[in-house]
Design a protein around this ligand. Structure first.
Ligand code: RB5
Length: 142
Protein backbone atom coordinates (compact mmCIF):
# COMPACT_ATOMS: atom_id res chain seq x y z
CA UNK A 1 0.00 0.00 0.00
CA UNK A 2 1.36 3.42 -0.99
CA UNK A 3 0.43 6.56 0.95
CA UNK A 4 -0.18 9.64 -1.19
CA UNK A 5 -0.23 13.27 -0.12
CA UNK A 6 0.09 16.66 -1.74
CA UNK A 7 -0.81 20.31 -1.32
CA UNK A 8 -2.48 22.52 -3.94
CA UNK A 9 0.93 23.03 -5.58
CA UNK A 10 1.22 19.31 -6.20
CA UNK A 11 -2.40 18.49 -6.90
CA UNK A 12 -2.21 18.31 -10.67
CA UNK A 13 0.97 16.20 -10.75
CA UNK A 14 -0.59 13.88 -8.18
CA UNK A 15 -3.41 13.20 -10.66
CA UNK A 16 -0.77 12.03 -13.17
CA UNK A 17 0.90 9.87 -10.54
CA UNK A 18 -2.44 8.31 -9.61
CA UNK A 19 -3.16 7.56 -13.29
CA UNK A 20 0.21 5.79 -13.47
CA UNK A 21 -0.45 3.82 -10.25
CA UNK A 22 -3.89 2.81 -11.56
CA UNK A 23 -2.41 1.68 -14.88
CA UNK A 24 0.06 -0.58 -13.05
CA UNK A 25 -2.44 -1.88 -10.50
CA UNK A 26 -0.76 -0.43 -7.41
CA UNK A 27 -2.83 -0.11 -4.26
CA UNK A 28 -2.71 3.31 -2.63
CA UNK A 29 -4.38 5.43 0.00
CA UNK A 30 -4.84 9.07 -0.92
CA UNK A 31 -4.59 11.36 2.10
CA UNK A 32 -5.35 14.49 0.03
CA UNK A 33 -5.46 17.34 -0.66
CA UNK A 34 -8.38 16.76 -3.00
CA UNK A 35 -8.62 20.12 -4.81
CA UNK A 36 -6.56 23.08 -5.98
CA UNK A 37 -7.73 25.20 -3.06
CA UNK A 38 -4.80 26.63 -1.12
CA UNK A 39 -3.76 24.49 1.86
CA UNK A 40 -0.76 23.76 4.06
CA UNK A 41 1.69 21.06 2.93
CA UNK A 42 2.75 20.05 6.49
CA UNK A 43 -0.76 18.69 7.13
CA UNK A 44 -0.42 16.18 4.30
CA UNK A 45 3.22 15.33 4.99
CA UNK A 46 2.13 14.45 8.53
CA UNK A 47 -0.68 12.14 7.39
CA UNK A 48 1.58 10.27 4.95
CA UNK A 49 4.52 10.08 7.38
CA UNK A 50 2.28 8.64 10.10
CA UNK A 51 0.85 6.07 7.68
CA UNK A 52 4.37 4.90 6.79
CA UNK A 53 5.75 4.95 10.34
CA UNK A 54 2.75 2.97 11.63
CA UNK A 55 3.17 0.34 8.91
CA UNK A 56 -0.24 1.04 7.42
CA UNK A 57 1.58 1.88 4.18
CA UNK A 58 4.99 0.59 3.14
CA UNK A 59 5.97 3.63 1.07
CA UNK A 60 4.73 7.15 0.41
CA UNK A 61 4.71 9.76 -2.31
CA UNK A 62 4.46 13.46 -1.43
CA UNK A 63 4.15 16.35 -3.86
CA UNK A 64 4.16 20.10 -3.37
CA UNK A 65 5.23 22.94 -5.64
CA UNK A 66 8.94 22.41 -5.14
CA UNK A 67 8.90 19.18 -3.15
CA UNK A 68 11.01 20.97 -0.55
CA UNK A 69 8.54 21.97 2.16
CA UNK A 70 6.75 18.65 2.11
CA UNK A 71 10.01 16.65 2.27
CA UNK A 72 11.42 18.81 5.08
CA UNK A 73 8.26 18.13 7.07
CA UNK A 74 8.20 14.38 6.39
CA UNK A 75 11.79 14.04 7.55
CA UNK A 76 10.85 15.40 10.99
CA UNK A 77 9.13 12.07 11.72
CA UNK A 78 11.31 9.35 13.23
CA UNK A 79 11.67 6.44 10.87
CA UNK A 80 10.96 8.50 7.77
CA UNK A 81 13.60 8.80 5.09
CA UNK A 82 12.03 11.09 2.51
CA UNK A 83 14.01 11.81 -0.65
CA UNK A 84 13.24 14.74 -2.93
CA UNK A 85 14.14 13.51 -6.42
CA UNK A 86 14.23 15.27 -9.76
CA UNK A 87 15.91 12.47 -11.69
CA UNK A 88 15.83 8.67 -11.96
CA UNK A 89 19.47 8.23 -10.88
CA UNK A 90 18.68 9.80 -7.51
CA UNK A 91 15.47 7.78 -7.15
CA UNK A 92 17.38 4.54 -7.75
CA UNK A 93 20.27 5.53 -5.47
CA UNK A 94 18.06 6.62 -2.60
CA UNK A 95 16.29 3.26 -2.62
CA UNK A 96 19.52 1.26 -2.89
CA UNK A 97 21.58 3.32 -0.43
CA UNK A 98 19.15 5.09 1.92
CA UNK A 99 16.19 2.70 1.82
CA UNK A 100 14.08 5.85 1.38
CA UNK A 101 10.48 5.17 2.30
CA UNK A 102 8.92 8.36 0.93
CA UNK A 103 9.52 9.99 -2.45
CA UNK A 104 8.96 13.73 -2.74
CA UNK A 105 8.40 15.49 -6.05
CA UNK A 106 8.04 19.14 -7.04
CA UNK A 107 5.27 19.81 -9.53
CA UNK A 108 6.69 23.21 -10.48
CA UNK A 109 10.13 21.69 -11.04
CA UNK A 110 9.69 18.26 -12.63
CA UNK A 111 7.48 17.61 -15.65
CA UNK A 112 4.87 14.85 -15.50
CA UNK A 113 6.63 12.47 -17.92
CA UNK A 114 9.85 12.46 -15.93
CA UNK A 115 7.98 12.46 -12.61
CA UNK A 116 6.18 9.24 -13.50
CA UNK A 117 9.48 7.59 -14.48
CA UNK A 118 10.94 8.71 -11.14
CA UNK A 119 7.96 7.15 -9.35
CA UNK A 120 8.40 3.93 -11.34
CA UNK A 121 12.11 3.80 -10.47
CA UNK A 122 11.45 4.53 -6.81
CA UNK A 123 8.79 1.84 -6.46
CA UNK A 124 10.73 -0.83 -8.35
CA UNK A 125 14.20 -0.46 -6.90
CA UNK A 126 14.91 -2.63 -3.85
CA UNK A 127 17.19 -1.65 -0.97
CA UNK A 128 20.69 -3.06 -1.52
CA UNK A 129 20.83 -4.63 1.97
CA UNK A 130 24.52 -3.81 1.89
CA UNK A 131 26.13 -3.80 5.33
CA UNK A 132 27.63 -0.32 4.94
CA UNK A 133 24.29 1.17 3.95
CA UNK A 134 22.53 -0.56 6.85
CA UNK A 135 25.15 0.88 9.21
CA UNK A 136 24.66 4.40 7.84
CA UNK A 137 20.86 4.18 8.09
CA UNK A 138 21.21 3.04 11.71
CA UNK A 139 23.31 6.16 12.33
CA UNK A 140 20.54 8.32 10.84
CA UNK A 141 18.07 6.69 13.24
CA UNK A 142 20.42 7.33 16.20
C1 RB5 B 1 2.81 26.55 -2.15
O1 RB5 B 1 2.68 27.78 -2.79
C2 RB5 B 1 4.27 26.15 -2.08
O2 RB5 B 1 4.95 26.97 -1.20
C3 RB5 B 1 4.42 24.71 -1.69
O3 RB5 B 1 3.72 23.91 -2.60
C4 RB5 B 1 5.83 24.16 -1.66
O4 RB5 B 1 6.52 24.47 -2.83
C5 RB5 B 1 6.61 24.48 -0.46
O5 RB5 B 1 7.75 24.06 -0.28
Amino acid sequence: MIALGCDHGGFSLMKEVIAYLDSKGYEYKNFGTYSEESCDYPDFAKKVANAVVSGECEKGILICGTGIGISITANKFKGIRCALCGDCFSAQATREHNDANILALGERVTGPGLAVKIVDTFLNTPFSNDERHIRRIEKIED
